[in-house]
Design a protein around this ligand. Structure first.
Ligand code: F6R
Length: 605
């Protein structure tokens, strides 16, 4: 969603901020802006559309100069995408410019009270109340004013502020929206995510909720709402700038699909000790729980569906799944005997955060499976298992999903061992079956050329169905989401046995049905579903396991993937479906890394 960057240094801030905004494009946005400060003057430009539009306007603006400034990419929530609604927002006297991520929930009341005091608003945004409050209450003490107005705001914010009275300083504040400070040599940064400044520094400070920072070229000072200094630890980012760049690939999505063997290895290998899965990060007694509830959104939820089936199978414990955006409305039966597992690549998804809060209110222990280190969800959970997939830039998740699935497999085996449901021999066998998944993923990538050819054949379809049973059905959900979100082709995933209860009415001549047939104990059942759709004129593209000869007589086209343990196939069989979505979208000339209307981390409910 929105992205922010701030810079204070000794060089030209314009190019650094514009470059940072380009690196934040992947989050999804509809307008962008920049404000720079020189001495006691702040100038800004902002515009709808791509950052490239902003770059053109900013570069030709001679007044836009300075060694410190702020920038923003906006994903509209309050008010249409327009120049006036774009950030930064500036006070009418030119004293303040601000950028904001998040939502000010009580903006309507604040706005009304300020209008009653005679203040005029220019935009439709919730954000503008912040700059108007700053201007109204400012008494020459910027820190005090920031702390004062923050106490009036309800909702979430990561805030970047310029004040004309403090040349060389940028100010930041944060509640429930990500904000990270980058510490360089003679220059410092803040941003909504590290990719904005990773090419300049890998040393970061995490700003926590309720904290403020004043950042100059040489100093970062963090303080609380009582203006007391807070000593913060620096940490070093372990991944390299190349991880956040395309490295010769046409799209981040393709690069990230290809990175999956390495990402799986990074997730799995450090957690195998003496041939057994081990989680140093989990200090829980599995015997305490009588059920597990898995909750997440989108692809992370679909990873959870795979996890549900595998954990329940191995642990013989009730495992339920619920989309995080719905969980809190159901007054769910959660208590201290429920282990709640949340899954999130970004660690910032607002609905998932709300689900964690609901679970904690009901006294459940929360385990989070997260990719982004230090993210809100990682901090909120009682226990966090990092997926270590490295930065994921494409909006459509790929390595994020497969590494989540891998963690869930490992958790299932670990928990089954702790519960005494499997003996040591079985535990070691299953651990080994997980350990070979990176190699299986690598071999699956060999299907790349063949999948591309199939995408050339099928890319013009108007609607594509995915069918599978049991674990294959869970994978179909993800395969179908991948296709629709990046190619804009209508698609549905169906539990193959459910088709005949209504949806088969949509199967007609030429309809493409992708049939996932990798869970071999149910092979005959899915073959009979294939026959049902073929009899109604469908074309069938089947995904099956190497060595399956039967399938060739049933399907129009077949993709064979390498065999792994039947419980752990999802991490392998999803790969051709990701590639299929990618090439179909490419043939349809879609903006693959930044699909329309979508954002990388969904920080609004
Ligand atoms: C789809 C996709 C989304 C996310 C969902 C949750 O490709 O990326 O469906 O999976 O928005 O995001 P995280 O995992 O960041 O909580």
């Amino acid at each position: 969603m929105c992205g922010i960057i701030g810079f204070s240094g000794k060089t030209d801030a314009k190019s650094i901020i514009l470059d940072g905004l380009k690196r934040l494009e992947y989050r999804g946005y509809d307008s962008a802006g920049i404000a720079l400060q020189k001495d006691n003057t702040i100038n800004m430009v902002k515009t709808t559309g791509k950052v490239d539009n902003l770059v053109k306007i900013a570069e030709s603006n001679k007044n836009l100069v300075g060694n410190c400034g702020i920038g923003h990419t906006r994903w509209a929530t309050h008010g249409v995408p327009s120049d006036v609604n774009a950030h930064p927002h500036m006070s009418s006297d030119g004293k303040f410019a601000i950028v904001h991520n998040g939502i000010i929930e009580n903006h309507a009341e604040i706005k009304k009270s300020l209008i009653d005091k005679g203040i005029k608003f220019l935009s439709e945004t919730d954000t503008e109340v912040i700059v108007q409050l700053l201007d109204y209450y400012y008494d020459g003490d910027i820190k005090k004013t920031l702390a004062k107005i923050s106490s009036m705001l309800e909702g979430s914010y990561a805030l970047g502020v310029l004040c004309a009275d403090f040349p060389g300083s940028i100010f930041a504040a944060k509640v429930s929206s990500p904000l990270i400070i980058g510490v360089g040599a003679g220059e410092n940064y803040f941003a909504s995510d590290i990719t904005a400044f990773i090419s300049h520094t890998k040393n970061v400070i995490d700003l926590d909720d309720g904290e403020f920072a004043e950042i100059t070229a040489d100093r970062v000072s963090v303080f609380d709402h009582n203006l007391r200094d807070i000593k913060k630890e620096e940490r070093k980012i372990t991944w390299d700038v190349a991880a956040a760049e395309k490295s010769g690939y046409e799209h981040f999505m393709l690069k990230e699909i290809m990175e999956q063997p390495g990402a799986l290895k990074a997730t799995i290998e450090p957690r195998i000790k003496d041939g057994r899965v081990s989680f140093d990060e989990l200090n829980i007694d599995m015997k305490k729980y009588d059920r597990i509830l898995i909750t997440a959104c989108g692809s992370a939820y679909y990873a959870g569906c795979v996890g549900r089936d595998v954990i329940e199978k191995l642990c013989r414990l009730h495992v339920h799944t619920e989309v995080a955006s719905e969980l809190r409305y159901r007054d769910p039966m959660i208590d201290e005997k429920t282990l709640v597992m949340v899954i999130s690549q970004s660690g910032e998804t607002a609905d998932t955060i709300a689900a964690i809060k609901e679970a904690k209110n009901k006294n459940a222990d929360v385990v989070a499976i997260v990719n982004v280190v230090g993210s809100t969800i990682a901090k909120l959970a009682d226990y966090t298992i990092y997926t270590w997939a490295g930065p994921e830039i494409a909006v459509a998740t790929t390595k994020g999903y497969t590494t989540q699935v891998a963690v869930l497999y490992m958790f299932a085996v670990w928990a089954a061992g702790k519960l005494g449901r499997i003996d040591d021999k079985k535990l070691k066998e299953l651990t080994n079956d997980i350990k070979i998944l990176p190699e299986r993923a690598q071999r699956t990538l060999d299907l790349n050329t063949r999948v591309k050819k199939l995408a050339d054949k099928y890319y013009s379809k108007q609607s594509i169905f995915f069918i599978g049973r049991y674990l294959d059905y869970a994978v179909c959900l993800e395969g179908s989401l991948k296709l629709k979100e990046i190619s804009y082709i209508h698609s549905e995933a169906y539990a193959a046995g459910e088709l005949k209860h209504g949806t088969i009415a949509l199967i007609e001549d030429g309809r493409l049905v992708v049939s996932v047939c990798c869970y071999e104990p149910l092979l005959d059942k899915i073959i009979s579903n294939i026959q049902q759709v073929k009899a109604r004129g469908a074309q069938v593209l089947a995904l099956a396991i190497e060595g399956n000869k039967k399938i060739f007589a049933e399907a129009d086209d077949v993709l064979l993937v390498p065999k792994a343990n039947e419980l752990f196939m999802a991490a392998v069989e999803i790969i051709p479906l990701q590639l299929f979505a990618y090439y179909v979208a490419k043939n349809n000339h879609c903006d693959i890394d930044k699909p329309k209307n979508l954002a990388k981390s969904v920080t609004v409910e």
